[in-house]
Design a protein around this ligand. Structure first.
Ligand SMILES: NC(=O)c1ccc[n+]([C@@H]2O[C@H](COP(=O)([O-])OP(=O)(O)OC[C@H]3O[C@@H](n4cnc5c(N)ncnc54)[C@H](OP(=O)(O)O)[C@@H]3O)[C@@H](O)[C@H]2O)c1
Length: 322
């Protein structure tokens, strides 16, 4: 059960994402206030109120001190937030800020880097499987994980899956478990698939990224790409998304789609929810070229493990291969 304060915290985070998305100037710091009334200030002071919790989020590494004497969180990389003087904020709210506030800033990071930021998520078993051999994946993740995925969709401009997942799962790709906007829903691939589950669930746009003459439906935009050996280079996809003002995209699988993005160095942040089960067969989370040495594996610049209901989620910023 989400408390009133947690609800207010979520609303403040949605407001933060919305305001940062519209902000044109460089961002140095932001005030976030939740409790009686959610408020956000970017690069300027916000007077703390007695019936609210106020926190400061600091991006600017040259920032030299907290003259306001209120709790603050300082960015270290894209997803890591270090706590400072934050003991006065209830622990569950601190966890919320540390888990979700970084994703509110992805539009800012995207502007700095000049490209769309890619976050990828899987719910997987302890032996790294995301579905059984028949493709059954409902539900490897627990309810908290599904709510988490909906929160992430609400904080992203787009959500992307491959046609394999579309055909097997008939997802809606909405945010029905939480408040917030449904992102643009993006399907990657060329084989025809039934899109009724998407069309019936929401009016949010649907894009098909394909290398063939995909049969167009009303309410669906078909975007054609050149492919190489049947695959659209993922860099071309990201460039297109950036040109269309998609600052952040949440990739929700399956194996082939996510692996292609990872193989081509185009995932920034990976979220892996570990469920306490072992399949011993089925769809692997990733299929990548063989490596001979451990040092050649995918590494992370920063990582953290977070409790999600009765299981844990790994969140890591991928160390890009040069
Ligand atoms: N546990 C979880 O978190 C989770 C999440 C998602 C999915 N799943 C499971 O994963 C399974 C599906 O995985 P999957 O690997 O078979 O399917 P998938 O990755 O969803 O879809 C694969 C298809 O996507 C298209 N595709 C992917 N990358 C492409 C690229 N770069 N260029 C062009 N097309 C591209 C191709 O479509 P065409 O062949 O149409 O060209 C490819 O056949 C399902 O069982 C689903 O339930 C589990």
């Amino acid at each position: 059960m989400v408390s009133k304060l947690e609800n207010s915290c979520w609303n403040a985070l949605l407001l933060l994402k919305k305001q940062l998305r519209l902000w044109e100037e460089p961002v140095r710091f932001c005030f976030i206030q939740f409790g009686a009334k959610e408020q956000i200030r970017i690069n300027s002071h916000l007077e703390p109120a007695s019936d609210c919790i106020t926190a400061l989020l600091v991006l600017d590494k040259t920032w030299s001190g907290n003259n306001y004497d209120i709790p603050f969180f300082a960015f270290n990389g894209i997803i890591e937030l270090e706590e400072h003087q934050a003991d006065s904020i209830p622990e569950d709210i601190r966890s919320w800020i540390k888990l979700y506030a970084p994703y509110c800033f992805l539009s800012v990071i995207s502007k700095e880097m000049g490209r769309t930021i890619v976050v990828s998520h899987f719910a997987q078993t302890l032996d790294g499987r995301i579905a059984t051999v028949t493709g059954d994946s409902k539900w490897i993740g627990n309810k908290s994980n599904r709510i988490h995925a909906h929160r992430m969709r609400a904080l992203s401009d787009g959500v992307l899956i491959g046609t394999g997942t579309m055909k097997r799962d008939n997802p809606k790709l909405t945010v029905r478990h939480v408040d917030g906007p449904t992102p643009i829903r993006i399907i990657l691939g060329s084989s025809s698939c039934n899109l009724n589950s998407l069309l019936d669930a929401s009016y949010s746009p649907i894009w098909i990224l394909t290398d063939s003459n995909f049969e167009s439906n009303k309410g669906v935009e078909v975007i054609e790409f050149k492919s190489e050996n049947g695959y659209i280079p993922t860099l071309e996809i990201i460039k297109h998304l950036h040109d269309r003002d998609i600052k952040s995209v949440y990739i929700e699988g399956g194996t082939m789609t996510t692996s292609q993005f990872l193989r081509e160095n185009n995932i920034d942040i990976l979220q892996l929810h570990f469920s306490p089960m072992i399949l011993g067969s089925g769809y692997q989370s990733f299929i990548l070229p063989e490596v001979k040495k451990i040092s050649d594996s995918v590494h992370f610049k920063s990582q953290t493990f977070i409790d999600v209901g009765d299981s844990i989620m790994f969140v890591g910023e991928v160390e890009k291969q040069v």
